[in-house]
Design a protein around this ligand. Structure first.
Ligand code: HEM
Length: 393
């Protein structure tokens, strides 16, 4: 039986075993650090699983498939959106959905552009080579999410260190739980402050909205702040680094957006498909017997949607292992699918488009300052990415 997680052998491709699984056993039993699960590797199968309400996202279920051996969340841990099931999930998602509509996110364009320009001004006036992760990839999404939520950016080192510990596979489980606890305490205080004096930001608006509806719940808000803060910067940051690297390594693809910036949104979709950095989000437990692609998955069995394999499925994407920013990558599963599909996807897309356009127009001579095989990739974390990206210009 194939043991999970499987390491990549090439930084630009999913583990080679994924292609074999997809071709030979699209629904296969795999071993986990604790227990086993069904791994689904076709686009159709993963989509079906993610839209089927018979699969639960609750981490409290002892059968929940974990890719690292970690204790379940403590009982007093109030579940946040991403781990909720019906009937709680729908109303909780609708309560915050209005903050992430295309219209609301597009209104943030000037502010995001300003943040990107400020980061680039600082980078370009500093020494070279420099690390793009520290200069751009981390600060841009961090500043954006801090602005949106109303979290002081001055505390960014604290929450970046702690959220990094949450996604690292090699982090000691107790250290991971301590990081979660520290972040929660920090956000608990922050939300209390806003409850005393509501501010004009997402958290402040949620407080007022809940009060009007008579549903005020402090712990719910802390959970939401926690999820958005972590989901909002770790993911986009890694996509900025990996996307920049892939464009630098494929100059003919970079030229496509350099010559025609109207192609940047399509390039962003393709880069999202190509890397599919948040595969570990598609984990579930069947709550009733259900059939996927001819295999019956029984109630209580764990399931892993291999979204990286699904996004390289030749039935859906021609020549799937080639980066082609001009293809239509629509229908990729990098933001998940179904009820839990990424709430921040409009924001992530806009951040990535603004960053890549700004790099192309303001830093035309951008180049890698090391050989690609010296780069350190996050093979040991649940969100794929790069630790450092030395660049020059
Ligand atoms: C959910 C990926 C950026 C907030 C998800 C899921 C994926 C994902 C795969 C589905 C989880 C599941 O099925 O259980 C990504 C990627 C991003 C990104 C690849 C960047 C490139 C963001 C940003 C935010 C965000 C910027 C917020 C500001 C969320 C939230 C959920 C979610 C709140 C849970 C939605 C729910 O359960 O209803 N994301 N995400 N994400 N994401 Fe993102």
């Amino acid at each position: 039986m194939q043991q999970m997680p499987i390491e990549r052998t090439c930084p630009f491709s999913p583990p080679p075993e994924y292609a074999r699984l997809r071709a030979e056993t699209p629904i296969a039993k795999v071993g986990l650090p604790r227990g086993e699960a069904w791994a689904i590797s076709t686009h159709e199968g993963v989509r079906q699983m993610l839209t089927d309400p018979k699969f639960s996202s609750s981490r409290q279920n002892p059968k929940f498939p974990l890719l690292v051996d970690a204790p379940p969340p403590p009982d007093d841990f109030k579940p946040s959106l991403i781990v909720m099931d019906p009937p709680q999930h729908g109303p909780a998602r609708r309560a915050v959905l209005g903050e992430f509509t295309l219209k609301r996110i597009n209104a943030m364009r000037p502010r995001i552009q300003q943040i990107v320009d400020d980061c680039l001004d600082e980078m370009l006036s500093g020494p070279k080579p420099t690390d793009l992760v520290a200069a751009l990839s981390l600060p841009v999404p961090s500043l954006v999410i801090c602005d949106l939520l109303g979290v002081p950016y001055a505390d960014h080192e604290f929450f970046q260190t702690n959220s990094h510990k949450m996604v690292g596979y090699s982090v000691d489980p107790h250290e991971r739980m301590a990081a979660i606890g520290e972040l929660r305490n920090y956000l608990d205080d922050l939300v209390s402050g806003k409850e005393a004096q509501p501010t004009d930001d997402l958290l402040g608006r949620q407080i007022l909205k809940q009060r009007e509806a008579g549903t005020a719940d402090h712990d719910d808000l802390v959970g939401l702040a926690f999820l958005l803060l972590v989901a909002g910067h770790e993911t986009s940051a890694n996509m900025i680094s990996l996307g920049t690297l892939a464009l630098l390594e494929n100059p003919e693809q970079l030229d496509v957006i350099r010559n025609d910036p109207s192609k940047t949104p399509g390039a962003v979709e393709e880069l999202l498909r190509y890397f599919t950095i948040a595969e570990s989000a598609a984990l579930r437990v069947a709550v009733e017997d259900t059939e996927i692609g001819g295999t019956v998955i029984h109630a209580g069995e764990a399931v892993i949607g291999l979204t990286q394999a699904a996004n390289r499925d030749p039935q859906v994407f021609d020549d799937p292992d080639t980066l082609n920013v001009e293809r239509s990558a629509r229908g990729h599963l990098a933001f998940g699918f179904g009820a839990h599909q990424c709430l921040g996807q409009n924001l992530a897309r806009l951040e990535l488009q603004i960053v890549f356009d700004a790099l192309v127009s303001r830093v035309p001579g951008l180049a890698l300052a090391t050989s690609p095989d010296k780069l350190s990739f996050k093979n040991d974390a649940s969100i794929y990415g790069l630790y450092e990206l030395p660049v020059t210009w």
